[in-house]
Design a protein around this ligand. Structure first.
Ligand SMILES: [Zn+2]
Length: 105
């Protein structure tokens, strides 16, 4: 069993678990119960974690996860640093002033 990654929100880890299970990859969530804030456990140690049960599924799970996260990433718009215009992610340059996307270049 291998740890795939940890997440800052249970909603996110649950969503990815569904995606992996739909692809036939068995996985489980650790630290699903967040601590009650007693201050005894450092916060980073109790983030929800997604674990892959069969080691041979790990690489496939990792690429699925990357594809999913990139997909969400690509839906974001970006803001032009020159004129402040919001641009759709598929524009490589600002449609308003033709300045390149500083984050993607
Ligand atoms: Zn611009």
């Amino acid at each position: 069993m291998k740890r795939l990654m940890s997440f800052e929100s249970l909603a996110q880890v649950g969503h990815l678990k569904n995606i992996l299970e739909q692809s036939g990859i068995d996985c489980l969530i650790k630290n699903e119960q967040l601590s009650g804030g007693l201050g005894e456990i450092p916060f980073l140690d109790c983030l929800p974690e997604l674990w892959i049960i069969r080691d041979q599924d790990f690489l496939r799970a990792e690429s699925l996860l990357k594809a999913t996260l990139n997909f969400h990433e690509s839906e974001k718009s970006w803001r032009c640093i020159d004129c402040g215009e919001n641009n759709e992610s598929h524009f490589a340059v600002c449609w308003q002033c033709s300045s390149p996307d500083s984050l993607n270049t």
